[in-house]
Design a protein around this ligand. Structure first.
Ligand code: IMP
Ligand code: MG
Length: 190
């Protein structure tokens, strides 16, 4: 019994995530070993997945991060993408790999790709930890995906509920009907 058990049921274990990071790392290495890449993490959700994944990519790689707002603290996508923190790297003629926690409607990444395309990179591809395929509204060609999941609300391994639970070392699903109790619990930390 720990602090997570009241509200979340385990969906994907840390062990499974680490295994998929190794597998994806090998595929990414194969693709970029000649030219190298700029690994762009989408903050803040990418953090745990990003840091695990890059350890398994064995080719010249530059770290960079973007902070885009789309969701606020809501559980549904607003579709509006605003760049809050831009890249430090000039991506012209570079291979760019966008690394994110989860693709839901796809609106965030589809819009972001369009914005970055204007900077003339050699290529832009997507890598995501989770893919909620059933919820897709904008087309996104996802080259690397660790897991497909059903339409449910998940937290952990970088993913948040009201900015909490990103540090949970596995992916958990919000238990049906528990949201009001969870909101009440979080009130004193907000
Ligand atoms: P979309 O693909 O534009 O709908 O938005 C994807 C973003 O929504 C992700 O980067 C997350 O920040 C957030 N998101 C979508 N589904 C979930 C979830 O189940 N838990 C936590 N955040 C989510
Ligand atoms: Mg996100």
């Amino acid at each position: 019994m720990d602090i997570y058990d009241n509200f979340f049921e385990p969906l994907i274990s840390e062990k499974e995530i680490l295994k998929r990071c190794e597998e994806l790392g090998a595929l990414i290495t194969e693709k970029y070993k000649e030219d190298g890449l700029v690994a762009v993490g989408i903050l803040r959700g990418c953090t745990l997945f990003y840091t695990e994944l890059v350890k398994h990519i064995h080719c010249p790689l530059v770290f960079d991060f973007m902070f885009v707002s789309s969701y606020g603290n809501e559980m549904v996508s607003s579709g509006v993408v605003k760049i809050e923190k831009d890249l430090e790297t000039n991506i012209k003629n570079k291979h760019v790999l966008l690394i994110d926690d989860i693709i839901d409607t796809g609106k965030t990444l589809a819009n972001l790709k369009e914005m970055l395309q204007a900077r003339n990179p050699k290529s832009i591809e997507f890598c995501t930890m989770l893919d909620k395929k059933a919820k897709r509204e904008s087309f996104v060609d996802v080259k690397f995906s660790a897991f497909d999941i059903d339409d449910c609300f998940v937290v952990g391994y970088g993913l948040d509920y009201k900015q909490f639970y990103r540090n949970m070392p596995f992916i958990g699903k919000l238990i049906d009907g528990k949201q009001p109790e969870l909101d009440k619990f979080l009130e004193k930390f907000e």
